[in-house]
Structures are given as structure tokens and as C-alpha cells.
Design a protein around this ligand. Structure first.
Ligand code: ATP
Ligand code: MG
Length: 233
């Protein structure tokens, strides 16, 4: 059994008089410590799958397991704990609080989570030790995304979920962010799931899940994932 398991997961959203099958019998597994990329065209169900995995949304049917826990069977309270304590989220547009400094943004994570890491140390690790007291507007896009990764990492999560983390970045800054994410899985054993539109980024991953129209079209295992310096994009 894999660390993460989706078994016949469906998610329907109401749309007009009918429903949209945003996830349509989705089944896959992801191993612990793996870097996994989720690819697929717009509307394929990538964000839906990530939100279900992160406990931000509930499946209509099917089973989702993470480790020895069944996410789909959790009551609201346990689901909140799971979201707070076990999952780190990185969004495309960073979602930082504009009126808080980089350090204060990362400190937010400590308020929801007891096993949090030291926010200053985590900011050092993402290369922002000298920018802690800057506000988001004083930082570049790549720096803001690194603050948002630091905020997710500060929770010391077993699972890091990233929705288009480099979508708003130029290629050089995107490469910095991707190096950081690959290092987390390789050196720290975090399970990292990255949604992207960019097929080149898939070459970094040990597992690539391709979605289309809410369903898994293909799963590809990569025995020799490339390093960030080796991909072109
Ligand atoms: N809250 C919602 N209510 C209604 N429909 C939704 C909702 N969320 C998603 N959908 C629909 O579900 C389908 C899958 O959406 P999803 O956001 O998962 O796609 P995606 O693969 O992440 O696309 P993108 O690459 O554009 O971000 C789409 O048709 C979308 O319109
Ligand atoms: Mg999306």
C-alpha cells in the first residue's frame, strides 16, 4: 500500500442545472518522500485533487488515505487538525499577508501548529535571512514565493502541496524555488506534490500523474529524475 492512496475518488460540483465531474473515479498512489508532479490541461481537475488531498474540500465518493489515516472518513474537527498540522500549502500567488513582514508571515504558521520549526531558521534555509523584516511588496516574486514556502515548511509538514508554485515566476527564480522543493523531498524526506502546466518540470519528479477531464490519463514513474540545472524550460 502506498503512503498516499486515492481509490475511486469522485468530486462533483453543481453547475447550472447539472454537475461537473471535477474528479471522476481518480485512483493513484504516491510513496512517502516522493516528489510527484500532477500535469494536465486547464480544467483537468488538478486543483480539485490537491484540495481533496489537503483536506480543503471533501470528496463526493471514494477513499483517500494518507499514512494510516483515512481522510475521507474524518469528522470536521479531525480534518481541521490534519490541515493545520500535517499539510503545508504553497499557492501560485503566494497568499502572503501584505501588512505583515516576511518573518511575521512565517510566524503565523507557528500559531496554528505546536511542532513548528523556528521561523528565523526556516527563512535562513530558503535564503532570506537578510530579508526577514521586509514586507511582501518590498520583495521580488521569487522571494515572496520563498516566504510562502517558508511559511509552509515552518509547520514541518509531512506533506507539502504546491499549486503552480512557479506559475508567476520567471525561469531563473522558478528554478530557485524548484531546487528548494526537490531538496525537501531528497534531503528531508517530505512528500511533495507539485501541480504544473509545464511538462519540463515533470522531469524533476519520481512520479508524474497526468489528469484529463477529471480522470487519471496516465501515471509515469521516472527512475532517474533530473536535477533542476538539467532541465530546459
Ligand atoms: N467550486 C467549484 N464549483 C464549481 N465548479 C468547480 C469548482 N471548482 C472547480 N470546478 C470545476 O471543476 C473542473 C476542474 O477544476 P480544477 O480547478 O480542478 O482544474 P485545474 O486542472 O486545476 O485547472 P487549471 O489548470 O485551470 O487551474 C473545472 O471544470 C472547474 O470549472
Ligand atoms: Mg488549478
Amino acid at each position: 500500500m502506498s503512503y498516499i492512496e486515492f481509490v475511486g475518488v469522485c468530486k462533483d460540483y453543481p453547475a447550472g442545472d447539472g454537475v461537473v465531474h471535477a474528479a471522476d473515479h481518480v485512483t493513484f498512489g504516491i510513496e512517502k518522500g516522493e516528489l510527484c508532479v500532477v500535469l494536465g490541461p486547464s480544467g483537468a481537475g488538478k486543483t480539485t485533487v490537491l484540495n481533496l488531498l489537503g483536506g480543503m474540500d471533501r470528496a463526493t465518493s471514494g477513499v483517500i488515505r494518507v499514512g494510516d489515516r483515512e481522510i475521507t472518513g474524518m469528522d470536521a474537527r479531525r480534518l481541521t487538525d490534519y490541515r493545520r498540522l500535517d499539510v503545508g500549502f504553497v499557492f501560485q500567488f503566494y497568499n502572503l499577508m501584505p501588512n505583515l513582514t516576511a518573518l511575521e508571515n512565517v510566524e503565523l504558521a507557528r500559531q496554528v501548529c505546536q511542532n513548528a520549526l523556528d521561523p528565523r531558521e526556516v527563512l535562513e534555509q530558503v535564503g532570506l535571512g537578510s530579508r526577514m523584516n521586509n514586507f511582501p511588496a518590498q520583495l521580488s516574486g521569487g522571494e515572496q514565493q520563498r516566504v510562502s514556502i517558508a511559511r509552509a515548511l515552518c509547520k514541518n509538514p509531512a506533506l507539502l502541496l504546491c499549486d503552480e508554485p512557479t506559475g508567476a515566476l520567471d525561469s531563473a527564480t522558478g528554478a530557485q524555488v524548484l531546487s528548494l522543493l526537490t531538496r525537501l523531498s531528497r534531503d528531508f524526506g517530505a512528500t511533495v506534490v507539485i501541480i504544473t502546466h509545464n511538462a519540463s518540470i515533470a522531469k524533476l519528479a519520481a512520479r508524474v500523474i497526468r489528469l484529463r477531464s477529471g480522470a487519471v490519463e496516465k501515471v509515469k514513474l521516472n527512475k532517474h529524475p533530473l536535477r533542476v540545472e538539467e532541465i530546459e524550460w
